[in-house]
Design a protein around this ligand. Structure first.
Ligand code: MTE
Ligand code: MOS
Length: 713
């Protein structure tokens, strides 16, 4: 077999089984004596539970609730904090909160039992929106603080903002809002609990098997090793299966402890849409000081709607704040973030992990400021592009060369931006928009070295090598990229490398599959382990294992949020051209162009797929994906009313990959799976604004909302 090289075009290792329908997802699995579970959830956003009335339970059917947690266990799931209750007991905090499970052998009987369960609530006024939360509608969620602020941070650079504002010719202020977004992973959330040799075994559709184990062990107060998580083929995740599988597996663990038979829980699409985590809605107040036509300082007050539990919000908010000045260097910045608790389903990770909200806000804000000053937005922004050595908002530095100027050359040429930007007069019905963005690689700050401490292990048997890591494939192509890195380093064929879906009892913990860190960080670990293995290749069968090492000289202080928040960034440019029908407000997208600096593409085909998908998802976020809330409930309930774009909605994209090898990534690669989401929505809105000569301060902007905006011009 010929040795695989990084530049080779390989067939995605999971392509055939997925295309043929042969891959095994959780819902395809049946174990002997299988029992099924459905969640019984809160139907009110805030209130006390006065009584739960259960119907007569037939033999072999159970209602599992907090009462079934043994005395030594605690009713809490451990994500960042331990605030998320596995089962709501005396009170509920949001619609969809788990109160119990009905478990038994026959699904139609279970559905009947579930429909017969009556719960008496004493309803209270919920806080639903960020503003509700800020004003503690219905009473503070944290009475000890007398507020709803769940988490907060700020970072500042340069001089005090009051001084900068006092000297300015004008302070341009805007409030920009972004909405909920639903992940719409094609496979809904699902898990199976079972027992094997006295241990609890889970099969789950999940990104982070080790997270689940840690999160749920406290429910029974058992050692981690008594719980085994096996990841199954995962049909898309996008951040939605980073912490949320804990919620399914935690409840199933309590049930399994009592029933001791295999129990399967698969959400249907309506449950998955209404009762799972979402992207954080945001409200960003930006105040930009301008003197002699130049920006002298940027102040941002950023609020994220966290919902009822913290889940990953504090980390999401940090990333949002650190990306709050976009790809620019301003002399003076002050960025403050507040995560607001509300009586909504907890928000969690979603591709971009907090960055898309603030990047949308700063890009749109700067576009508006440029129009206000009468200059071309791109020309205006180009004056402030970050460069190597520049001080970041957290008082660290940009460590790498920034290739945005080269990327802009490609994109403005391919899209003919400069000509079109001049020729399409404001409001003429045609517009071209452009957005710049970045994404800090891997976990923020000292996350990699202080918290995650990733490991990777390779096992050689004959001329075959097995990769043993906990990082997962969820559609992003990780399996293929990782096997390719390993094969290329060893100088063998990709077919000689094995990577099985992780099982926590068999692999080492390489950290969560999140923050686009897998190829970049875990791929590098595998490269190092393979280098070591190659040197000893002739020694027979053996194992190599390596641990993450952080390069010296890039300090970070988590207490003050000062230092190098990221060792490197992915960088992006997206350009969108639209034509708007002035009668119907329908937008036709004529062209989409993007360039991404990702260090080095490990597999160009996979990278191309990520770009196409990420940009389309971002265009959906900006244009049409509408998840509205009424009385603490999501109005859209399925894929027929929550509309995501298809290939029919947007044209074929032009893409460009900019190389700029990253010294600490495998073969120079950086993370890229989230970067590609971070900017197209702003480019789209910019294009529509120019076509109609109007201004949007929130997304999405489907035709009916464009109509509204035009009334206010
Ligand atoms: N692509 C597909 N097809 N499916 C997914 O679930 N998740 C995204 C992105 N691309 C996702 C995806 C998210 S949220 C992350 S964090 C990165 O992939 C993870 O990429 P990595 O393997 O580089 O860590
Ligand atoms: Mo991705 S949002 O970091 O799972």
């Amino acid at each position: 077999m010929p040795a695989t090289k990084i530049g080779d075009k390989v067939i995605r290792v999971d392509a055939i089984e997925k295309a043929r329908g042969e891959a095994t997802y959780v819902c395809d699995m049946t174990l002997p004596d299988m029992q099924y579970a459905y969640m019984v959830r809160s139907t009110v956003p805030r209130g006390t539970i006065d009584a739960i009335h259960l119907p007569e339970m037939p033999e072999g059917y159970y209602f599992i609730s907090a009462k079934d947690i043994p005395a030594q266990g605690k009713n809490e799931l451990w994500m960042i904090a331990k605030d998320w209750r596995c089962f709501a007991e005396d009170y509920v905090l949001y619609v969809g909160e788990t109160i119990g499970l009905v478990v038994g052998p026959d699904r139609s009987v279970l559905k009947r039992i579930k429909a017969q369960i009556k719960i008496d609530y004493e309803e209270q006024t919920p806080a639903v929106t960020i503003d509700d939360g800020i004003h503690c509608v219905g009473g503070p969620m944290f009475p000890e603080k007398n507020s709803n602020v769940m988490c907060e941070l700020f970072c500042e650079k340069g001089r005090p903002m009051d001084e900068v504002f006092a000297e300015a010719d004008e302070v341009f202020e805007e409030t920009i809002e972004t909405p909920y977004q639903e992940h719409v992973h094609l496979e809904t959330n699902s898990a199976i609990a079972d027992m094997e040799d006295g241990k609890f075994v889970f099969y789950a559709s999940a990104q982070c098997p080790f997270y689940i184990r840690k999160s749920i062990a406290g429910l029974l107060d058992v050692p981690y090793d008594d719980i085994i998580i096996r990841q199954c083929t995962t049909g898309g995740a996008f951040g939605g299966k980073e912490h949320f599988p804990d919620v399914l597996c935690g409840a199933l663990l309590v049930a399994e402890n009592k029933i001791r038979k295999p129990i399967k829980m698969v959400f249907d699409r309506e449950e998955d849409t209404q009762f799972s985590v979402k992207r954080h809605p945001s409200k960003c107040i930006y105040k930009t000081a301008v003197k002699d036509g130049k920006i002298t300082g940027v102040y941002g007050h950023i609020y994220y709607n966290c919902g009822a539990y913290l889940s990953s919000s504090y980390v999401v908010l940090q990333r949002g704040v650190f990306h709050g000045n976009g790809v620019y260097t301003f002399d003076n910045t002050y960025l403050k973030g507040e995560g607001i608790g509300t009586n909504m389903f907890p928000s969690c990770a979603f591709r971009g992990f907090g960055a898309p909200q603030t990047l949308f806000a700063i890009e749109t804000h700067l576009d508006h400021l440029a129009h206000h000053l009468g200059v071309d937005p791109l020309e205006f922004k180009m004056q402030y592009l970050a460069k190597k050595g520049d001080e970041t908002t957290t008082n660290g530095h940009i460590i790498e060369e920034v290739k945005l100027p080269e990327m802009l050359d490609v994109i403005t040429r391919e899209s003919d931006y400069w000509r079109k930007a001049k020729e399409y007069k404001p409001g003429c019905g045609r517009g071209i928009g452009i957005a710049l963005y970045n994404h800090g690689g891997a976990f923020t700050g000292n996350g990699e070295q202080a918290i995650i401490k990733a490991h990777a292990r390779l096992v050689k048997t004959g001329d075959r090598v097995s990769i043993q890591v906990g990082s997962t494939e969820m559609g992003q192509g990780f399996k293929t990229s990782l096997r390719k890195i390993c094969a290329a380093t060893l100088g063998v064929s990709i077919d000689q490398i094995e990577y099985l879906d992780p099982d926590t009892s068999k692999v080492v913990d390489s950290g969560p599959t999140a923050a686009s860190r897998s190829t970049m960080v875990v791929g590098r670990l595998v490269e190092r382990a393979a280098q070591e293995m190659k040197e000893r290749w002739s020694e027979g069968d053996f194992t190599t294992e390596v641990e993450y090492e952080h390069p010296d000289g890039y300090p970070w202080d988590q207490a003050t949020f000062r230092g190098d928040a990221y060792l490197g960034y992915g960088w992006g440019v997206a350009c969108v051209e639209v034509e708007v029908d002035k009668l119907t407000n329908e937008v036709k997208t004529l062209g989409v162009w993007s360039s991404h600096e990702i260090g080095k593409a490990i597999d160009e085909l996979i990278v191309h797929g990520q770009i196409n998908g990420g940009i389309l998802q971002s265009l959906g976020y900006g244009s049409m994906e509408k998840l509205e809330v009424k009385g603490g409930r999501f109005k859209q309930k399925s894929m027929s009313d929550y509309v995501i774009p298809t290939s029919m909605d947007f044209p074929k994209q032009f893409y460009h990959i900019q190389e700029n090898p990253y010294p600490w990534g495998p073969y120079g690669a950086k993370g890229m799976g989230e970067l590609v989401f971070n900017g197209a929505s702003a480019a789209y809105v910019d294009a529509v604004e120019r076509a109609l000569n109007c201004k949007f301060t929130s997304i999405p902007i489907p035709a009916e909302d464009i109509e509204e905006a035009l009334k206010n011009v």
